[in-house]
Design a protein around this ligand. Structure first.
Ligand code: HEC
Length: 176
């Protein structure tokens, strides 16, 4: 049933009755109001579902799912690296740049070229610095890894919030 179309109808009938029976009118208006609230609830839920579908990528809907740009591919690789680094660090092991090289994603072709601006490159620079700090030493790797994930989150807050849920799962203390 399409509730949107029923709202004006119910309200109109309500006003019409205003001249006849005040009590019934009040009930009508109350009903119409409740209906509107119910519809608004539904709209919100619909929106949330749309957001969930975009979970992994930034541009939605993807024009062509087979045409994934190099920057997006590097992002996926980095997310996979972090998945396994997280497990290793939590198991008390150390990570290194031989198995987890820094991905130069900032010079790869993006899906949406409007991201290529100063703030983006500055974010990328801080990210690369954090990654190098993590790989430079086997000391404090848990803290340094957490700083790397902080850089992922930081850039994604400005440029592409879709993967943020995925990135949250990369933190050391994330519980499934
Ligand atoms: C300097 C900004 C920046 C940083 C730092 C960054 N990202 Fe991204 N990320 C982006 C942009 C922009 C895109 C969209 C790329 C595209 O579609 O071409 C993206 C896309 C993604 C995607 C979706 C790829 C797809 O399948 O479409 C994932 C997952 C992701 N990033 C994870 C990460 C993780 C994990 C990190 C940290 C290790 C990270 N990102 C660091 C800007 C950043």
């Amino acid at each position: 049933m399409n509730c949107i179309n029923l709202v004006p109808l119910a309200t109109l009938t309500g006003f019409f009755n205003l001249y006849r029976m005040k009590k019934i009118t009040l009930l009508f208006l109350l009903g119409a109001f409740t209906w509107i609230m119910a519809c608004e609830d539904k709209e919100v839920k619909k929106d949330n579902t749309t957001v969930n579908k975009e979970d992994e990528s930034c541009v939605s809907p993807l024009k062509d799912p087979n045409d994934v740009k190099p920057m997006a591919l590097m992002m996926r690789t980095m997310a996979n690296y972090c998945d396994s680094m997280r497990l290793e660090l939590n198991a008390g092991k150390t990570v290194d740049s031989v198995r987890y090289p820094l991905m130069p994603f900032w010079s790869a072709e993006p899906t949406d070229s409007s991201v290529l601006e100063e703030l983006y490159f500055n974010n990328a620079k801080s990210f690369a610095a954090s990654w190098r700090t993590l790989m430079r030493s086997t000391e404090n790797q848990k803290e340094n890894y957490t700083a790397v994930i902080g850089q992922c989150v930081n850039c994604h807050m400005s440029y592409c919030s879709g993967p943020l849920r995925r990135i949250k799962k990369l933190t050391l203390d994330y519980k499934e």
